[in-house]
Design a protein. Structure first.
Length: 69
């Protein structure tokens, strides 16, 4: 997701940011696994979290409060 007043502007901003990120990774000799990259998704689940255009949420049932003995 990028920033912009319209969806087209946000997509262009996203693509520009992505290209800069990939260039920085290349300069640092980092290898990215293309099968793990999620592009243009309306929501992404990551380590018990749900990230959407509306915000960031902890997924139900993935978090337990610490127990005091």
């Amino acid at each position: 997701m990028g920033l912009g007043e319209t969806e087209d502007e946000a997509n262009r901003n996203h693509d520009e940011n992505l290209l800069r990120l990939l260039e920085q990774a290349r300069k640092a000799n980092l290898c990215l696994n293309s099968s793990k990259i999620n592009l243009r998704k309306s929501e992404v689940r990551f380590m018990g979290h749900l990230i959407t255009s509306m915000g960031h949420y902890i997924q139900e049932g993935t978090y337990e409060s610490p127990r005091i003995s």
